[in-house]
Design a binder for this molecule. Structure first.
Ligand code: IPE
Ligand code: IPE
Ligand code: MG
Length: 236
């Protein structure tokens, strides 16, 4: 795909799946797959920026992933600590950072760092990079609904003021355009609780390539496919 295409998605969501299988195929412990996956994340994030994608969301850890064995969770938390230190580099590159999900699950020190990165990068506008960590689409909606309930309780709004715009604005992605393209490697064809509200009219791209093997070339294929889709949004 050339860098001049006029059919680029505004917001791409990546479900970074297949790390464990990547490692298992090589007879390695799963954690090696997660390390390799983090490296793919880095390359794809930079490539997205290079080709002019405005919003990109990476699904790194779901609300359901806490059910994994403790040693895998520990390994992932270690990696996320490194992620957080590293994504700070993007803040120097005019990239805004937003974390989707309840940060408090990662402990105060890490949650504070995450908030600090969000704060320090909030005026950057070349690209917005979102990391979905401890994220679940249903939790996103519950979190927004609680805020709405409190607003009604405090008589700030009436129940008839609740509309799609209000809900959208209170999601973790408040103010960010809906996803145009959701990409899931690893062969699974499901959302696994990723951006369920925000992907109402997204296009989906599935590939058997495992996330650690997902290269800019694979992304180009997805973008070419996306450019050929006819989006109707319910119209004719
Ligand atoms: C995705 O890779 C990373 C996380 C969910 C944290 P997996 O660990 O799910 O890899 P597979 O699906 O087992 O191959
Ligand atoms: C989805 O992958 C979550 C992330 C990639 C962070 P999973 O591996 O958790 O999804 P399922 O369990 O196969 O649906
Ligand atoms: Mg998986």
């Amino acid at each position: 795909m050339s860098e001049t295409t006029d059919r680029l998605p505004v917001h791409i969501g990546f479900i970074m799946d297949g790390n464990g299988r990547w490692a298992q195929k090589r007879g390695l412990p799963r954690k090696f797959g997660h390390r390799e996956g983090a490296s793919a994340f880095r390359k794809i994030a930079r490539y997205c920026k290079k080709i002019g994608i405005k919003y990109v969301t990476f699904y790194a850890f779901s609300t359901e992933n806490w059910s994994r064995p403790k040693d895998e969770i520990d390994e992932l938390m270690k990696l996320f600590g490194e992620y957080i230190d590293e994504v700070g580099e993007y803040a120097e590159e005019n990239t805004r950072l937003i974390f989707l999900g309840d940060k408090s699950a990662f402990g105060k020190e890490m949650a504070d760092k995450m908030s600090e990165l969000e704060r320090d990068s909030r005026d950057f506008d070349e690209m917005t990079l979102m990391l979905a960590m401890n994220y679940g689409g249903r939790d996103d909606i519950v979190h927004a609904t609680r805020q709405i309930a409190a607003m009604v309780e405090n008589k700030e709004i009436r129940h008839t003021d609740v509309d799609e715009a209000l809900i959208s604005g209170l999601l973790y992605t408040g103010g960010i355009p809906d996803a145009d393209l959701i990409i899931r490697p690893s062969g699974e064809k499901r959302l696994s609780n990723f951006l369920i509200w925000q992907s109402a009219y997204a296009e989906f791209y599935f590939t058997d390539v495992l996330w650690p093997d997902f290269t800019p070339k694979e992304l180009d294929k997805a973008l070419e496919d996306f450019a050929s889709r006819k989006r109707r949004f319910g119209g004719v």
